[in-house]
Design a protein around this ligand. Structure first.
Ligand SMILES: [Fe+2]
Length: 355
């Protein structure tokens, strides 16, 4: 739930990234920066503002004696700050959500490659950068939430349904400037083409119950309140409401069902949380240990319990709430496509009037 970059910033970032691709420098090696191998701390820049991450960092410190110093920062600010700090940065590990954001950082040479046997063993091939500049430690599904009273889930099959006439005036959505929505449409462009993406986005806009507003949780609340029948959300927001200490949240969750779409088609859209080592990290050894720890079974179990994200490791046991969602088939596109196609996704949303 990082503050999200504006579309203008995103396009600017994409332009910067494109420039980087034309005049590609040597990938950063880190060795050019004086290394403090004995440092007893490691600096993390993160766009994640979750208690779970603090719990993981505390466990890391208990185990290694290395203190984790955390700077919480917005997604766009993170990119700008790393660009500005250049080789003077004190950032060691960069932690963020969204495959698109990880691609953008890597493409702008802000991350350095790292690989170890522990990392290789922890992350299936699809869940790390082919050049090893970022590694995913958790995943999230973009799902359909529906009002249990007015929608029989047997009529649901695909995210495509939200563009069908049967849901005219019945769809709630958040802004298209949101990274989750940008990456979802970027993935669709990658697998089905721009024409398909444009037609789908246009169809959903025609079905809006109200102008886009609020974050994913607000879409769930609107569905529960009957303001719309269906909406799009990341899976963990509904689980969080269902597990909330606040009885009002639990009542809201009880009125809403979760449908994992596209199981007999391309698979549900998946996005990731991940991390990489800053291109100019002064403490690569410590950052590597922390990265390995983020991918460990212990950490992924903590994430599953505290943020309701799915582990990327196949050997981590699911929580009862995650297990209850059943087995699912995932959209199989490279995560870098989420970044590569975000600017095009932003243009399509703009074109069809999804504000
Ligand atoms: Fe989120």
């Amino acid at each position: 739930m990082p503050p999200l970059p504006s579309r203008r910033l995103l396009l600017a970032a994409a332009a910067v990234a494109a420039l980087g691709a034309c005049s590609r420098r040597e990938p950063a090696k880190g060795a050019s920066v004086a290394q403090d191998a004995d440092a007893r701390h490691v600096n993390v820049y993160t766009t994640r503002h979750y208690g779970s991450d603090q719990a993981v960092y505390r466990r890391f410190t208990e185990e290694t004696g290395i203190e984790v110093r955390v700077l919480e920062i917005g997604g766009a600010e993170l990119f700008d700050r790393l660009q500005t700090e250049g080789d003077q940065t004190s950032a060691d590990l960069i932690v963020t959500v969204d495959g698109g954001a990880l691609w953008r950082l890597a493409d702008a040479n802000l991350l350095q490659p790292v690989t170890t046997p522990a990392l290789q063993a922890a992350a299936p091939a699809r869940f790390h950068d082919p050049d090893n500049r970022w590694w995913a430690f958790a995943k999230r599904l973009r799902v359909i939430v529906y009002n249990k009273q007015s929608v029989d889930p047997v009529i649901l099959r695909s995210m495509d349904d939200l563009a069908q006439a049967r849901f005219r005036g019945q769809v709630c959505a958040r802004s298209s400037a949101n990274t989750y929505n940008l990456s979802m449409l970027a993935a669709r462009i990658e697998r089905a083409g721009a024409e398909n993406a444009r037609a789908w986005a246009r169809g959903v806009v025609e079905n809006f119950a109200r102008p886009p507003q609020g974050a994913d949780t607000e879409q769930i609340r609107a569905v529960a309140a009957g303001q719309c029948q269906v909406a799009i959300s990341n899976h963990y927001y509904l689980l969080r409401l269902a597990k909330s200490d606040d009885p009002v949240d639990r009542e809201t969750a009880a009125k809403v069902g979760m449908f994992i779409p596209d199981q007999d088609g391309p698979g549900v859209h998946v996005n990731i949380s991940g991390a990489g080592i800053s291109a100019h990290s002064p403490r690569v050894a410590q950052a590597t240990r922390l990265l390995e720890f983020l991918l460990s079974s212990e950490s992924q179990t903590l994430f599953a319990n505290l943020t309701n994200e799915f582990p990327v490791r196949p050997d981590v046991e699911l929580t009862p709430e995650l297990a209850a969602l059943g087995r699912f088939h995932e959209e199989q596109i490279p995560f870098e496509a989420l970044g590569r196609r975000q600017a095009e996704a932003a243009r399509i949303y703009e074109e069809v009037g999804w504000r």
